[in-house]
Design a protein around this ligand. Structure first.
Ligand code: SAH
Length: 237
């Protein structure tokens, strides 16, 4: 079956209240210039998406003022939205083309999901914490995005019914790249971007599949919350 790709569109933000309705345009431009361009993010689609998407809208109201800081920010349930640079770098590493089917593990606030749709992906996203998944889904819909499918559950199993995926992006850290993801990658250059390592420090990996051959590249050191599930860590910190 061929998928009809719906283009992500943005409604006005009438449904958002108070500070969330502010545009923070200046802060966002500065973030892109100083935290992304200067550090080597060069993919124009990624830069344009990060310029466009109101990151503050995805944060709990009390943390809105930190939305464009060069750091991760709390999103509730003990989880965090990654530092802007890390979101940009992971998206750039994934090399999304318009219409690609992408699996995202760890929906969290939904911010990375929005970035993926802006760069052209049809996103399948899984979050294990129901309150986060519900909030993220509502936010994305309020912003007018509809090229995503969200599931609540253990994302370490992947989404086998919808495989293969051109890209898989995991925004939580794993002790090693789960085989489930490798199996669900497209055989024609599918790419998995995932932080791999110990509980408190990891390295960002990209694994590329051609038929049964997998090649691994390592990028920057990083620190993510744990990927908790059958093929990840067995419990929280
Ligand atoms: N990408 C998110 C940030 C994710 S933080 C954003 O842009 O806001 C990591 C998320 O992964 C957390 O919300 C956590 O609950 C989720 N997570 C951890 N293990 C998971 C699993 N096995 N399946 C699905 N989600 C998981």
């Amino acid at each position: 079956m061929k998928f009809q790709i719906r283009v992500a569109r943005k409604k006005d933000m009438k449904s958002l209240s108070g500070e969330a309705r502010e545009s923070f345009h200046e802060e966002r431009m500065q973030m892109v210039e100083q935290q992304l361009r200067r550090r080597g993010i060069h993919d124009q689609n990624v830069l344009a998406a990060m310029e466009k998407i109101p990151r503050h809208v995805f944060l709990p109201v009390e943390f809105i003022r930190s939305a464009y800081d060069d750091s991760p920010v709390t999103i509730g349930e003990g989880q965090t939205i990654s530092q802007p640079y890390m979101v940009a770098l992971m998206t750039q590493c994934l090399q999304v083309h318009k219409g690609d089917r992408v699996l995202e593990i760890g929906t969290g606030s939904g911010y990375q999901t929005a970035i993926l749709m802006e760069v052209g992906a049809e996103v399948y996203t899984i979050e294990r914490m129901k309150p986060l998944a519900e909030k993220a889904e509502k936010k994305l819909k309020d912003l007018g995005y509809d090229a995503f499918h969200i599931r609540i559950g253990d994302g370490t199993l992947g989404w086998p019914e919808q495989a293969p995926f051109q890209g898989i992006i995991v925004t939580a850290a794993a002790p090693e790249a789960p085989e489930t993801y490798k199996e669900q990658l497209s055989e024609e250059g599918g790419q998995l971007v995932i932080p791999v390592g110990s509980r408190y420090s990891q390295v960002l990996h990209r694994i590329t599949r051609f038929q049964d051959r997998f090649t691994k590249e390592e990028f920057t050191p990083c620190v993510f919350v744990p990927l908790v599930g059958k093929y990840g860590w067995k419990e929280e910190y």
